[in-house]
Design a protein around this ligand. Structure first.
Ligand SMILES: [Zn+2]
Ligand SMILES: [Zn+2]
Length: 329
């Protein structure tokens, strides 16, 4: 298990500790308060959700534009962007680091995907690796590379308040159908130590003869909570689970200056505790109980150790997503 903060930083941390320790204690107080708020929000949202009709899709496929792993000729990046296509239309889910890094523009161009060819955009949550970069997240503005063309007022479904210039923004507050026969869980909350109270939506759809397909962004609310919400809408068998499950157990992606930010910033634990193998064992057991036939793992927020364990221990046919590849559910 690698160190989350390089020893080169330790003398600095020692000097800064009179300031940092009180800062962390204040953060921890807010973190604990947010745990109670998130639990209450989820309890209300899940409790108030009633079943609704999910259209039965004849086919559903997903082309990965941005992922940690990539097919030859495509760029990998620690972000997420996937284009879903069904017999009822298309939906772009997340936009990675947008124009800040080359992956989205490069991969989209190589795949011949522009905004002209999509019906709508959905942003899972307002983190930099999903809504278009650090600046996009800081100013809460969904940002795409200009090379992808003009949005032309297509819908952009958001789980929290943000701008989406050129799109027609729609704040999603409850589970509902979006476009293309694909539904959203609506925002589910999680208290994250540094990012604060984070609301994230996941997608789900019903595929003819197979059952439900459930797809997450970062998976911050936990897959257990996401599936609990999906189950309020439909009792169909789960055919596939995909996307980020957030298990940076042995290290994070996109480390900078000797710091594994992902193991510290986006977890549902205090900064001084890490996500560990026991947490992963618990989730693997829960997914096996959900009994999906397929699991498509995102490598953008899980380390290779976690991906390997899931591939070995999940009963489902399990693979790691790659940018440039199309998956037919
Ligand atoms: Zn993420
Ligand atoms: Zn995130």
């Amino acid at each position: 298990m690698s160190l989350r903060i390089s020893p080169l930083w330790w003398p600095f941390l020692a000097v800064a500790s009179p300031v940092m320790v009180p800062f962390l204690l204040v953060r921890n107080r807010r973190f604990k308060k947010n745990i109670l708020i998130a639990d209450e929000l989820n309890r209300q949202h899940i409790g108030q959700t009633r079943p609704f009709d999910l259209p039965v899709l004849d086919f559903l496929e997903m082309t990965v534009l941005v992922e940690e792993k990539a097919e030859e000729g495509f760029l990998g990046d620690a972000g997420v962007s996937c284009l879903f296509r069904s017999d009822r239309g298309s939906l772009l889910f997340d936009v990675g680091f947008g124009p800040e890094r080359p992956a989205l523009a490069h991969n989209a161009a190589r795949l011949g995907i522009t905004l002209d060819g999509i019906d709508a955009l959905c942003i899972s949550h307002l983190h930099p690796d999903h809504m278009g970069g650090m600046k996009a997240s800081r100013v809460r503005r969904v940002t795409l590379p200009g090379e992808m063309g003009m949005p032309n007022e297509k819908p952009c479904f958001l789980p929290d308040t943000a701008d989406a210039p050129g799109f027609s923004s729609e704040l999603v507050d409850i589970p509902r159908l979006l476009t293309s026969g694909i539904a959203t869980t609506g925002p589910l909350a999680r208290s994250l130590f540094f990012f604060g109270l984070t609301e994230e939506q996941a997608l789900f759809a019903r595929l003819k003869g197979k059952g439900l397909v459930i797809f997450t962004g970062c998976g911050h609310p936990t897959i257990e909570r996401i599936v609990q919400m999906v189950r309020r809408v439909s009792s169909e068998p789960i055919h596939a689970i995909g996307g980020g499950l957030h298990f940076p157990v042995t290290g994070g992606r996109g480390n900078r200056a000797g710091i594994q930010f992902q193991t510290i910033l986006g977890t549902g634990k205090p900064a001084w505790k890490r996500i560990n193998d026991d947490d992963l064992t618990g989730t693997i057991g829960e997914i096996n109980k959900m009994n999906p036939s397929r699991v498509l793992l995102s490598g953008h927020d899980s380390c290779d150790h976690s991906l390997e364990r899931m591939q070995q221990e999940l009963h489902a046919d399990t693979e790691v997503l790659k940018a440039g590849k199309t998956y037919r559910f």
